[in-house]
Design a protein around this ligand. Sequence first.
Ligand SMILES: Cc1cc2nc3c(=O)[nH]c(=O)nc-3n(C[C@H](O)[C@H](O)[C@H](O)COP(=O)(O)OP(=O)(O)OC[C@H]3O[C@@H](n4cnc5c(N)ncnc54)[C@H](O)[C@@H]3O)c2cc1C
Length: 524
Amino acid sequence: MSRTPPTFPSGPRTGRSRRISCWCPIRTGAPSSRPAPSPGAARSPTTATTTTSPASPTTFSGPSLPASRCAGPTATPSTEVDDLSRDETADVAVVGAGLAGLVAARDLRRAGLRPLVIEARDRVGGRTWTRPAPGGAVEAGGQFIGPTQDRLAVLAGDLGVATFATYHAGRTRIDLAGGRLAYKRAKRLLADLERMASELPPEAPWAAAHAVEWDARPFDDWLRSSGEPDTFGVMRMVTAAVFAAEPAELSLLHVLAYIRSAGSVDLLTEVAGGAQERRFVGGAQELSVRLAGALGPGDLRLGAPVRGVRQTPDGVEVLAEDLTVRARRAIVAVPPVLGGRIEYDPPPPAGRADLHRRMTPGSTIKINCLYGAPFWRDEGLSGGLMRDRGPVTVTFDNSPPDGAHGVLVAFSQGDDARALARLPAGARRAAVLEVLGRYFGERAARPSEYLETDWTGEPWTRGCFGGNFGPGGWTRYGPLLREPFDRVHWAGAETSAVWMNYMEGAVRSGERAAAEVIAALGTP
Ligand SMILES: Cc1cc2nc3c(=O)[nH]c(=O)nc-3n(C[C@H](O)[C@H](O)[C@H](O)COP(=O)(O)OP(=O)(O)OC[C@H]3O[C@@H](n4cnc5c(N)ncnc54)[C@H](O)[C@@H]3O)c2cc1C
């Protein structure tokens, strides 16, 4: 095992002054007295008309470790050293306070082990986020729950978070270049995909009889050779809505594995009877806020980006800003794209680093528009839109359960999101509101509040809804998704065989990773 201190990868800064930490055993100074933020709170104030793309630079050079701070025990301790980092111990260090990490921590506590959850942001919930807005909070991230998402439903029940039906009564606006015929043909293609998906072993898509062939094929290529030209636009819209990516970015096997992991195309795409059927009262982030609230005192650190995970002969050391946690095992519960920015010592086995690079998240800008009332309901409209061109392809009625005010949520995804993100703020807003005005009337173009959340610009997410594999990804790296690396275990929505990349998958992954650790450590 290398004793060389890793050079930490570049990463986004948290707002406070930076303390230098290193693997060096010498620690001086007093513990930081930084006040603990509340788990649900975001540090930065939210402005009403904004994107969350950080205006400030999102990268910085990681600390090169000055010799005076990293020298071994023979070095003369210097009074110049001002290292306020803290050492903590736990049974299990959990990296990431999204649903996966918090569920893992809950299960570890239930088994009598002490977890310590280390979270980069100043809030819990990760890809679920209830953003405050004048006139009512909005859901900026994951929000829907549907049939067969059973572990998520049980979690919500345990935590006392109620759900309500997504409003979708009335006419949904559909505007497709190929009209109804294209939609019908697209349905036939989706049925073909579902048949092929049923051949996959759910836990091991890479082991299917046609896996190598399907994994080598870009989904784009399959679509173009299987459908009429006008179905491509419809299928592109469906692909963007489900994966936040373009068909050319995905392998055919990835699309099939996704369908298999959800159970069916309808389960993925529908409102009634599908993944968009219900919402959480108070927002999906409430689940994480309550999970965090049920942890023990001192079991959660916010605002502490993890930079390194080192395995020692008898445990792990997890190095965050201002904090080193020594534990018997670690669970890394962050999206793969960010798991790859953590420095591992020793380095993970061949293929693991490639997995982090090759499982790339899609692009989504989620825009919530607030109105005095859900006026479209009076006109017999559901608030739903499906169209096959950007900048917005899908909308939903996102009003609160009592309909006290109106909210339309619009999604811009894949290439549409990337093109939209390049526009100045005013032009983005105008482009989105033009679409809403066109399909829901002039009033829709004049919201009282307009909130964009660009998840690609979120430094501790860097894209959504989850990681996708392009050609070759599943057969090369799929078998590594859940394979522990000695004392380091992997969780996160991407690692779940069931409802991968959904909140259900996140919950299941946390349960699975905790079970692995409990089996390895035993219960006290
Ligand atoms: C716009 C949007 C819409 C979605 N819609 C739905 C939906 O309707 N239904 C559904 O089921 N799912 C939906 N999803 C997906 C769902 O939100 C996610 O699958 C799920 O929340 C992922 O949980 P997780 O715990 O695996 O990861 P995350 O929520 O990403 O949690 C990971 C945590 O790790 C932290 N972290 C990252 N790097 C570090 C580090 N180095 N050190 C410390 N902490 C770190 C992050 O800050 C984060 O809090 C949506 C997602 C988005 C963004």
